[in-house]
Every structure is written in C-alpha cells, then in structure tokens.
Design a protein around this ligand. Structure first.
Ligand SMILES: Nc1ncnc2c1ncn2[C@@H]1O[C@H](COP(=O)(O)OP(=O)(O)O)[C@@H](O)[C@H]1O
Ligand SMILES: N[C@@H](CCC(=O)OP(=O)(O)O)C(=O)O
Length: 375
C-alpha cells in the first residue's frame, strides 16, 4: 500500500481508568500500534482525548468533575501526564511526538489556520507524530469544539488525510446502544450518514467519555463532506491500526474504502452513483455474488422496482429486504421484468450486450465489510 496520511483519534475511555488516571496497558497498546503503522511508512497524526480523565484522580476528585473550573484544572494536570507517557513510550520506538493544543478560534482566523497547516506539515515532514487535543484548560465553554471527534474530522479534512480512525470503547455503530441492549446489531459499512442513523446513535456509555456515538457520526458526516472516509471502532495489539487501514478492522467503516486501489469504476458505483431502481434477488443469487464473487444472473432475480435504463446503477436487496450492494444493470427495468427468474439462455436476447449477466461482477460492489476487504 502506498504511503497514507492517517488521523487517529483516541477517546478518553480508551486511555484512562474510571479512577481518573492513565491506563498504562491501554496507552501502550495504542503507542505500539501507531509505531507499527509508522514503520510501515505511513504518516500519523494523533488526536488524543483524555486530559480531563487522566488528571482528575491526581486532583482528588472521585469522579470526572462537572464544573468548568474543575474540568480545566483536571485537564491542566492530565494533559501533562498524557504527554509524559507519549514522549517516554514513543522514545522506545525512536519516534518524537509533538504537542499541539488547539482552540476553536484557531480555525476562525485564516492566518492561524494557515500557520497550523504549515506547522503540521513540517512536523510530518520531519517524521514527528503531532499529538493534538483541545486546549481544555483555557478554552471558553461557549467556544469549544464540543468534542475531539469533531476536532479530528476538521484536522483530517484540512490535511486531506486518507483515513480518519476513531478508536473508542465499542466496536462500531449499532442500531441501538449495545451497552443497553443485547439485541443491538452492528453496522459494518455505512455509505453515508442519514437522519435514521443519527437517531440510533446515543450518548456516551462511559463515565469519562463525552459525546457518545452521536458525536462520532456527526464528526464522520463532517469528515465525509471534506472527502475523508472514517472508521469507528476498536482493536487490540500492535497490528490493529494496520488492519483497520487494510479494511479488516473491528468496527464500522463510513463512506468508502481507505485505500485508493479500488478501481475508479467501482468507487463511482459504490459512493457517487445515483441509484435508479431496486432489484430483489433470492438466497442462492445472494450467496453467488457476495460469497463466491459471481455475476448476478436473471434466474436469481425475484422482483424489479422502479424504472431504469440499461447501465443504470441499481440497489440489490436480499430476501430479507437488506441492501447487499449496488451494480450496473445490463437490462432496463422493463426488460428485466420480462426475464426475472428465467435461465440465462432465455434472457440473453434482452440484454444490451446479448450476455447472460444482469450485473457483471466487474460492475458490482458488495456494501459490507467484505466489499472493503475484497478490493
Ligand atoms: N448506537 C450506538 N452504537 C454504539 N455505541 C453507542 C450507540 N449509542 C451510544 N453509544 C455509546 O457511545 C459510546 C462511545 O462514545 P464515548 O463514550 O463518547 O467514547 P469516547 O470516549 O471514545 O469518545 C459507547 O461506549 C456506547 O455506550
Ligand atoms: N479534550 C477533552 C476530551 C473531549 C472529548 O471529546 O472526549 P472523548 O469523548 O473521550 O473523545 C480531554 O482531553 O479531556
């Protein structure tokens, strides 16, 4: 894989303990994974939360303080402790980290914005890992970023990062808070952030996190609008970030593949094209195209919804009504109505190229984690 610029955001709960201290085990795991990614030749920018959560224990607070003064005091202590850990542990990998504390005003002024860009690019050029957090101990409450999810989205957008990886204490977005419902189901891939998805994303489930899944989705929406694809999830071990970058992460991929090796045609089908109709297929056809990488044949089509021309992009649904992917149809909707369920020999004459496939495998993308893995 060619060199990528990756922004990694780590939430408070993934760095600290409930008692308001740094978790050595957690922070070391992240540092090893970042060092591994860097050794593969990638550039990494870290957006690290955890200043308040790492500092309140040392100040004698039993739980995360609620007052502004309490949070700002805890952040003043915790930010130093975080950097102490980062500096010492990155040193073991001969990596120099740099601290950058930002306020929202830094993004308002064109000059400061430009300076920030120049500083970050210079640090990356020198092989340094910039570690960014909000300047919590001086930020004015009404003028904060809200949370670091949004900050990481803004940073990844303005540096044209190849990927934004948001590490948290849950392995992705579920259709309900998994800490509250055992029934909740995980989304492996979301092409875009919709109102329905925002409605299922709730608040923080931990005593130290702030925005919850909702703020991650809003941040992802911002990152996508700035052209950056996002992963939200978790992982363990030094290869976790490399795996996430390769599409093998334990979480939810949002927007599209991280690496640009995906053919342009498939990228267009998956992300940019307008869906003109719906094709429903049976179980055998689902297996053939998703698991075996085969083309979709007319015999597996059970119904055709909407009006479309040949070569338009259609959404394909399985018998459960789930969207399993998209592809370009070689049949118009009216021709497909005539040949649905028929063997290829009988449907061929209706196809624009006299071929049997309704959707050729080269014009198909499966909208699941496997789709990202396949490419
Ligand atoms: N639909 C959902 N899917 C997954 N997690 C959810 C959902 N709704 C709410 N959450 C909660 O969001 C939490 C992650 O957000 P947060 O606590 O702010 O983490 P961080 O400190 O990493 O930023 C999870 O622990 C989970 O309890
Ligand atoms: N800037 C704050 C963290 C704000 C924040 O977004 O926290 P989190 O939801 O854990 O990512 C801090 O360092 O304590």
């Amino acid at each position: 894989m060619k060199k990528q610029l990756v922004v990694v955001k780590i939430g408070s709960s993934s760095l600290t303990t409930e008692a308001g201290t740094i978790s050595d085990e957690k922070i070391v795991d992240h540092i090893e994974a970042i060092a591994f990614l860097k050794n593969l030749g990638h550039d990494v920018i870290l957006v690290s939360s955890g200043a308040v959560a790492a500092g309140f224990g040392a100040l004698g607070y039993p739980v995360r303080p609620k007052t502004t003064a309490g949070k700002q005091a805890a952040a003043a202590v915790g930010q130093g402790l975080l950097m102490q850990n980062y500096i010492l542990k990155f040193m073991e990998f001969n990596i120099v980290p740099a601290q950058i504390l930002l306020t929202r005003e830094d993004f308002f002024s064109k000059e400061r914005f430009h300076n920030l860009y120049s500083t970050l690019t210079e640090l990356l050029h020198r092989g340094v890992i910039p570690i960014i957090n909000e300047n919590d101990s001086v930020s004015i409450e009404e003028l904060t970023f809200g949370d670091n999810d949004l900050l990481s989205a803004l940073v990844s957008g303005f540096l044209h990062a190849n990927a934004l990886i948001i590490l948290t204490d849950v392995n992705g977005l579920y259709d309900g808070n998994p800490k509250e419902s055992m029934e909740a189901k995980k989304y492996h891939f979301i092409p875009e952030i919709t109102e329905d998805l925002l409605a299922v994303a709730g608040n923080s489930g931990s005593s130290v996190g702030t925005g919850g899944m909702k703020s991650k989705l809003l941040a992802a929406q911002k990152a996508l609008s700035l052209g950056v694809s996002v992963f939200v999830g978790t992982g363990l071990g030094k290869e976790k970030l490399a795996d996430i970058l390769a599409g093998k992460g334990d979480g939810t991929y949002i927007g599209g593949p991280f690496h640009s090796q995906m053919q342009m045609r498939k990228q267009w089908i998956a992300i940019h094209s307008q869906v003109k109709g719906i094709v429903e297929i049976d179980e055998g056809a689902e297996k053939a195209i998703v698991q075996k990488g085969k083309s979709l044949l007319s015999v597996g089509v059970t119904s055709v919804i909407g009006e479309f021309n040949a070569l338009d992009v259609v959404e394909v649904r399985n018998p459960k009504g789930q969207i399993i992917g998209r592809g370009q149809s070689y049949f118009s909707s009216s021709d497909l109505q005539k040949v649905k369920g028929l063997p290829s020999e009988q449907s061929k004459p209706f196809s624009i190229n006299q071929k049997a496939e309704v959707i050729h495998r080269d014009n198909w993308v499966t909208l699941t984690k496997e789709w990202i893995l396949d490419e």
